[in-house]
Write a protein that binds this ligand. Structure first.
Ligand SMILES: Nc1ncnc2c1ncn2[C@@H]1O[C@H](COP(=O)(O)OP(=O)(O)OP(=O)(O)O)[C@@H](O)[C@H]1O
Ligand SMILES: [Mg+2]
Length: 382
C-alpha cells in the first residue's frame, strides 16, 4: 500500500496544499506550529475518516472557511485509487474514485495506516475508552466485519440503555423486549470477543520480543480485562456468564439506566514483569511500550494482509536516546512507506535521511527539499 500523493483544501492551517510521497522514507521538517502534524492528521483522516486527536470533525476545517477536503491517491495491488474525505458543518462524505461510499465502515480498511503520534502515550496513561478505541481501529482496519459488528453492538447498547431507563421511569414489569435485545447483544458480543481475544493473542506473541529489542527489558504483557472475568475465548461460556451478569445485576442496571456488563467496558493493562506500566514505567519506557505495541500492530497487519500499512511517525525520535532510536529504526523495512515528522533533522538517523524524500514546511507551505538538509550544520542553527 502506497500513498502516492495528498491534496488538502482548507484543512487546519492549509488553504491548499499538494504533496507527493516517495514509496520509502519521507521526512517532513519544520519548526513548531508550522503544520507537520496536520499533514499526518490529514493522512490519518483519509484512512479512518476521523482525527486521531480528540475533538470534533469540524475542528479540521480551516478557520473562517466552511469545508475541508482531503484527497489522496493510493497504489494497492497495482491499481491506483483516489480516496477523498469532505467535512463541513453538516457532516462528512467519503468517496473512492469519486464514487460516494454511504457507509463509513465500508470506506475504512481500504487505505490503511499505522501511526505513532505524541498523544498515543495516552494508550498507557489515559482512560479505558482510549485503549478500546485503539483496539477497535487496529482490528477494524484488518477485518471490515469487525466494524460492522461494533456498529451493531453500539446501536443495541443504546437501545438497551434507553429501554432500561424507560422500564425504570414507568415501573414496567414486562421485560420481553429486553430479552430480545439481550439475545441480539449476546450474538454480536461473542463475535467481537472472538476478534479481541484473537488479536490480543497475536499482540502478546510479539510485543514482549519487540519491547526487549527496543529497551533491553523483558516481561512486557498486555492483559485483556473484561468484566466477565473470562481469560480465553469460549462462545458458550461468554454467553452464559454475560447473561448471568445481566440477570444478577438487573436492579442495579435498572437504577442506573445503564448496561454495566459487556465489552463496552473492556480494558487493556500493560504489565512489565507483573507491574502496571501506568504506575511503574518511566516516561521513556511508556513511550517505548506504545511504540512496541504499534510495531506489533504493523507486523500483524503484514502477516495477515501480506503488505504493510503506511506508517506515520510524528516526532517519534525526540526524548529517546540514540541507542533506542537505532533499535526502532531496525524495524523500518525497505518495503515500508514511512512518513516521519521532525523539528530537527539531527534527531533522525543519517542513513534514513540519505534515503529519504525530504520536505520543509513553513506556515502551511510545503517545499520539496533539494538536498543539503544536514550539510554539517549543527543542531539549533536553522
Ligand atoms: N482549524 C484550523 N484552522 C486554522 N489553523 C489551525 C486549525 N487547527 C489548527 N491550526 C493551526 O495549525 C498550526 C500547525 O499545527 P501542527 O500541529 O501541524 O504543528 P506542528 O508543525 O506539528 O508543530 P509541533 O512541532 O509543535 O508539533 C497551529 O499553529 C494551529 O494553530
Ligand atoms: Mg506536531
Amino acid at each position: 500500500m502506497r500513498l502516492k500523493n495528498l491534496k488538502l483544501e482548507n484543512f487546519r492551517n492549509y488553504e491548499t496544499a499538494e504533496i507527493s510521497f516517495s514509496d520509502g522514507i519521507n521526512i517532513l521538517i519544520g519548526d513548531n506550529t508550522m503544520g507537520k502534524t496536520n499533514i499526518l492528521e490529514a493522512i490519518y483522516v483519509l484512512s479512518l475518516t476521523k482525527s486521531p486527536r480528540a475533538g470534533y470533525d469540524t475542528d479540521l476545517i480551516r478557520l473562517d472557511t466552511s469545508k475541508a477536503i482531503v484527497t489522496g491517491e493510493v497504489l494497492h495491488d497495482d491499481v491506483i485509487k483516489q480516496y477523498e474525505v469532505e467535512i463541513d458543518k453538516f457532516g462528512k462524505k467519503v468517496y473512492i474514485n469519486k464514487f460516494q461510499i454511504k457507509k463509513i465502515s465500508e470506506y475504512i480498511s481500504n487505505f490503511c495506516v499505522t501511526s505513532f503520534l505524541p498523544n498515543d502515550i495516552e494508550i498507557i496513561k489515559g482512560s479505558p475508552s482510549i485503549r478500546r478505541n485503539t483496539l477497535n481501529i487496529q482490528i477494524g482496519t484488518i477485518y471490515n466485519n469487525y466494524l460492522k459488528n461494533m456498529n451493531e453492538y453500539n446501536s443495541l447498547l443504546k437501545m438497551r440503555n434507553e429501554y432500561l431507563k424507560r422500564l425504570n421511569i414507568n415501573a414496567l414489569s414486562d421485560t420481553k423486549y429486553l430479552d430480545i435485545i439481550n439475545e441480539k447483544m449476546l450474538e454480536v458480543s461473542v463475535k467481537i470477543y472472538y476478534f479481541r481475544f484473537y488479536y490480543l493473542n497475536l499482540i502478546n506473541a510479539k510485543i514482549e520480543g519487540i519491547f526487549k529489542k527496543l529497551s533491553g527489558i523483558s516481561g512486557l504483557q498486555v492483559i485483556y480485562q473484561n468484566n466477565l472475568g473470562i481469560t480465553e475465548y469460549d462462545e458458550e461460556k461468554i454467553k452464559k456468564v454475560l447473561l448471568n451478569k445481566w440477570k444478577n445485576n438487573f436492579n442495579k442496571e435498572l437504577m442506573q439506566g445503564m448496561t454495566l456488563f459487556g465489552l463496552h467496558r473492556d480494558d487493556l493493562v500493560f504489565l512489565v514483569n507483573g507491574h502496571d506500566a501506568r504506575i511503574y514505567a518511566s516516561q521513556g519506557q511508556q513511550k517505548l511500550i506504545v511504540i512496541a505495541y504499534k510495531i506489533a500492530e504493523l507486523l500483524i497487519f503484514k502477516e495477515l494482509k501480506k503488505e504493510y500499512p503506511v506508517l506515520l511517525l510524528d516526532d517519534v525520535f525526540s526524548e529517546i536516546d540514540i541507542k533506542r532510536r537505532n533499535n526502532i529504526i531496525k524495524y523500518l523495512k525497505s518495503d515500508m512507506q514511512v512518513i516521519i515528522t521532525t523539528t530537527d533533522i539531527e534527531d533522525i538517523d543519517i542513513n534514513l535521511v540519505n534515503s529519504a524524500r525530504i520536505y520543509k514546511i513553513k506556515n502551511g507551505i510545503i517545499k520539496l527539499n533539494k538536498g543539503g538538509v544536514r550539510n554539517g550544520r549543527r543542531k539549533g542553527t536553522r
